[in-house]
Write a protein that binds this ligand. Sequence first.
Ligand code: UFG
Length: 329
Amino acid sequence: MSPAPLRILVCGGAGYIGSHMAKWLAAHGAEPVVLDNLSTGHREAVRFGPLVEADLLDPASLDAAFARGPFDAVMHFCARSLVGESVQLPYDYYGNNVVGTLNLLRAMQRHGVDRLVFSSTAAVFGEPVSERIDESHPKAPINPYGASKLMVERILADAAAAYGLRSVTLRYFNAAGASADGDIGEAHTPETHLIPNVLRAALGDGSRLKVFGDDWPTPDGTCVRDYIHVDDLAQAHWQALAYMDAHAGAHAFNLGNGRGFSVREVIAAAQAVGGREVPFDIAPRRAGDPAVLVASSALARSELGWTPRYPALPEIIETAWRWHCDPKF
Ligand code: UFG
């Protein structure tokens, strides 16, 4: 007899990364149940399992969601996640990301679920002190978003010691791209991320891209980031489930391709992929942005067995371009 399929509660599964995760789980024989408050997610993105509408700030709604269990693990993608906004609205960021996660952890405890894959971020590191950021890099966030995620990382370490919670924290660098078949993709309102804004400007939606600063201490003066395909993030979460079978405790891995691209390089790559000009203007720097963020993901590769399928920026942009040419929501 084959084992029962894994049942995973995907918190934030109507959002950009969470919906790609739900798709990955369903494609690999697992059963995703999506928990989302639809504040920024899309009902149309929930196509790979049932949707339970619940809110991390409403514990009773969490109990109702866990009643749909039992679940083998929780994957936690719910968060406010915009660096610039977090500087303006710190209470919202600590409330949602820290208090909300504590509510989720308590609900997991009440319902006997002891495995969590947690979405963290490169923003926990702050300004890099080395060329590539590995897990031992100092953690000194320079914005409330990064600080809120680092607080949760600490909570998970304490929960492992006190309650035996197993967790894997995955620190994404810059998530990008869309499902290769074009059925789901990145759709934020308002859109603040670089690649979608570049592609919208290229498509001639009337917008001109704003490049936030060209006086950064980088080779061409624009910020450098490490773009990683959303399906490669999903792959790491899948591997994290197996990792938790074999490893108790709280673990953390950085996820990126290990190569940085400046804003100007992203614009050039998008122009090559789409065959269209990207109209842009230089604007002031955005609050909370570090100049350069590039990952070392050697640990994820060796410990999780993670191998990104999209190591090259043009292929990542190509999937995003297909989505933006024909968005389904
Ligand atoms: N940028 C522009 N114009 C835009 C949008 C972005 O110039 O219209 C620049 C930003 O200033 C930054 C780079 O492009 O230098 C990438 O910006 P994004 O907004 O796409 O991504 P961030 O680097 O700000 O944020 C992402 C995730 C966060 C994560 C962070 C790590 O959204 O969750 O990476 O710093 F924390």
